[in-house]
Each structure stands twice: as C-alpha cells, then as structure tokens.
Design a protein around this ligand. Structure first.
Ligand code: GLY
Ligand code: MN
Ligand code: MN
Length: 434
C-alpha cells in the first residue's frame, strides 16, 4: 500500500502552519480480562500501515515543510513477553519512513511544543471526548505561554473532509486488494452454498465462510456475518446465527472478509435444499432484476442515488406484478409504499471500513460517481412473517443480493462477480453441476 503517497496527498490538502492528529484505535473489553481482537483505526493505517494500539500520528506542515511524527509504545521486554512484539519508536522511523518518533508517554508533553505557533489543528473533533479533551488541554498549555510571544492555534478543523475524500477514491493498490478480498469472499459464499444441508445450524455456515477466508489469507471478517435461515432473513442485522436450518428455508448470508484492512461485503440468498420454491423464485427474480438495473447505473456521470432509484423502480413494479402492492408504480414510489418490504438503501461506500467514509452529498446534492469509488449494490425484499396485508404464501421470505462495484472510467467492474446469483446458476452449483 502506498502509505507515503497517502500522507503526501493529505499534506497537499492541509493549510500551511497546521497539525493533523490521528490516534490509533482503542482496545475494547469483551468480558472480564478478555479483549476483542484489536483492529487499527482505518485512518491511521491508511497513512502509516502501522498496526499497533496506543499510538498517535502527528502530521506537521510548517513553513512548507512536512513532517510525519509517530508516538507509539516503547520497547519494553517484560511487556512484550505478555502482549507481543512492539516496533518501538527507534525502528519505526526507518520502517515507516517517519521524520521522528517518540514513546506515546511523551505525547502530552510534546503536543504543546508542536502546537506552538501552529494556526490550526486538524483532528476528528467531536468523535472521542477523551481525545478532544487531550488536544484542548495541549492548546491550553500553549496559551499559557502567550506572554513569551508564542501563539496558540486559533482554529480546530475537522480532519474528515480532507482525509475521507482521499480515502473515497481508491488507488490501484487499494483496488487490487479489494478485488482480492471480494474474490475470496465470493468463493467463501460458494463453499457455504455447496455445504449447506437442512438440519445444520446457521453458525456452522458462518464457520464455513470464516474457514475458507482464513485459508486464503484473511485474518478477520470485515463485519459480523449475518447468516439468517427462513424468517431470520427478514431481520436486517441478524447476527445471532444460532438457529437450525430447515428444509424449505431460504438462507441469507451477508458476509465478507477483510484483507490487509480492506473490506468486502457480499450477500447471497439461496435455498437450503438446493431448489427455490415458486414463491421464493418469483420474489428472488424481482430482487435480482433490481440489482442488475442498479448496477447498470454505476458509471461516471451518474450520481450516487441513481442506482437506488433504478432499484426502487424494479422492486416496486415487481411487488405490483406479484400482487403484494397495487396501484400506479410511480405513485407508489413517491408514497414510499415499498417501505414495509424494502426499508434500507441500495448502496454505501466500501473501503477500509465496510460502511466506508466519504460524503454522499455535496452542498445538498447527491454527488457524482467517479472512477476509483467503490460502492455496494444491495437491493432486497423482506416479507415480514406476520404481514397480514399479503397472501400467506409470501410471508417470512427475506432476500438480499449484494455485490461490490468499482466505478471505472467507462462504467463499472463488479469485484464480487464470481459468486453465482441467477436462480439457474445457484441451483446448478448446489446440485454439484457447476
Ligand atoms: N454488511 C453490512 C451491509 O451490507 O451494509
Ligand atoms: Mn453492504
Ligand atoms: Mn452486506
């Protein structure tokens, strides 16, 4: 990954005589003495490639000179015996091409020095009270030196609009990593389709996916997998994954691996017994048509909401054709009559974070799609098990189809296309004929 290029691009956007402060992620407790696995802050990783906790990057732009300064955990043998290898400030300078590096213990003493005669401090102000307080504390210390002629920063600037606009447009190395992540996840979904049998538990398929991804070099999932069989597919963020799969169920799997801190995000819905029922097939085809229509809208010149608008058109028309809604399609869309069956949006940015950073609107208008952006296309239909407005045969069916789509100069590239999604292709794969 081109970490130096990333931070150079940020320096280009920073005003002169400013600092940017980017802390590492925190360690989170799962339960007494047991932590969740540590995952670096995407912002810090993007700028450095550094994967340790208890660190902070300071970018200093002063009289045109740009300095990259890292505060990190010092080398302490006894601590490393317990928690593992630390790079340490000395080695970090060379390994990460820094201007300087210090122990994290020196951060509070050094920040006022770095902020002296600095005009503005860029940070993710308002995201973390502890860091807000820490930085304000440092500004206060500079103010105390006013009588010596030192000037304190006069503005707290949001870092996100600068940094996150950079992260939104992926460079070649990022695209290559995301394409590989999507390909691994695509094959993991295929493994789940091939292994499923009625009687299995949802978490066993979750395990199939994780095992396949780990085998291909992915250490973590990009988010907690959703494996919902039968009615559970109608719960959008279902993660219990603890129910037994029944013959006749559709199974919705929304799962994607993370590779070198980049996410993939794929959903497929398939029949536990390998054959869609007529109702499942009819609804599935509507969602699939909506997904194709939405993907066709992913191209430069269109804006972010074009795919969603295309999906709504096809989904609403399909609901009318199947008798789940009645009336004029345009009017139904305007009145949001589809909402009981389709309550989420069609896309989000994808990158280092599964719901990645970057603005969706510019000055109140949906922003134009640009080559290098990656977004998901994920229409669905969810017929609640207790929905008495529709024929009983439709109730409890939940379907989502999700792919990861790169905007290219001429249109788009579906990074996750290897996993089948037509009814015929899914049934063929599950029957062992693909
Ligand atoms: N997997 C989360 C989402 O699709 O947005
Ligand atoms: Mn998604
Ligand atoms: Mn998803």
């Amino acid at each position: 990954m081109n970490f130096i290029q990333h931070s150079d691009a940020l320096f280009n956007k920073m005003a002169d005589n400013t600092l940017a402060v980017i802390p590492s992620a925190d360690i989170h407790l799962r339960n007494r003495d047991a932590d969740y696995a540590f995952r670096q802050s995407s912002d810090l990783f993007y700028l450095t490639g550094f994967i340790e906790d208890s660190a902070c990057l300071v970018l200093q732009k002063k009289a045109g000179e740009c300095r990259r300064i890292l505060f990190c955990q010092p080398k302490v043998k006894e601590m490393e015996i317990w928690t593992g290898y630390r790079l340490g400030p000395e080695a970090a300078i060379e390994k990460l091409s820094l201007s300087d590096a210090f122990s994290i213990k020196e951060l509070d003493a050094k920040l006022p020095e770095l902020m002296s005669d600095c005009d503005q401090v860029y940070a993710a102000w308002g995201s973390d009270k502890t860091w807000d307080a820490r930085l304000i504390d440092a500004i206060e210390k500079v103010k105390l030196k006013a009588r010596t002629g030192v000037q304190a920063p006069t503005a707290m600037q949001a870092l996100e609009p600068l940094l996150h606009e950079l992260r939104l447009i992926k460079d070649d190395a990022e695209i290559e990593t995301m394409a590989r992540a999507a390909s691994i996840s695509a094959h993991a979904h295929m493994a789940a389709m091939k292994q499923v049998k009625p009687g299995m538990f949802e978490y066993q398929l979750e395990g199939t996916i994780r095992h396949y991804c780990a085998d291909q070099g992915s250490r973590f999932d990009a988010y907690t997998s959703i494996v919902g069989a039968g009615e559970n597919a109608c719960i959008l963020h279902y993660t219990h994954n603890d129910q037994q799969i029944k013959d006749g169920d559709l199974i919705l799997i929304d799962a994607g691996c993370e590779l070198n801190h980049y996410a993939s995000d794929i959903t497929r819905t398939f029949p536990a017994n390998g054959r869609f029922s007529p109702e499942q097939k009819a609804l599935y085809q509507v969602v699939l048509d909506a997904q194709f229509a939405a993907i066709a809208q992913v191209k430069p010149g269109n804006h972010f909401n074009h795919p969603h608008e295309a999906a709504l058109q096809v989904l609403t028309q399909g609901l009318v054709d199947l008798g789940l809604l009645s009336g004029n399609v345009d009017k139904l869309i305007k009145e949001e009559a589809y909402k009981p069956f389709y309550m989420h949006r069609t896309s989000h940015w994808l990158g280092m974070d599964v719901h990645d950073v970057g603005a969706y609107k510019i000055e109140g208008q949906w922003r134009d799609l640009q080559a290098g952006m990656v977004l998901t296309i994920e229409p669905g239909l969810y017929i609640a098990p207790d929905d008495e407005t529709v024929d009983v045969k439709w109730r409890g069916i939940g379907i989502r189809i999700e792919d990861d789509v790169l905007v290219t100069k001429d249109g788009n590239r579906v990074l996750s296309e290897e996993v089948p999604k037509t009814v015929a292709d899914i049934e063929a794969l599950m029957a062992g004929n693909a």
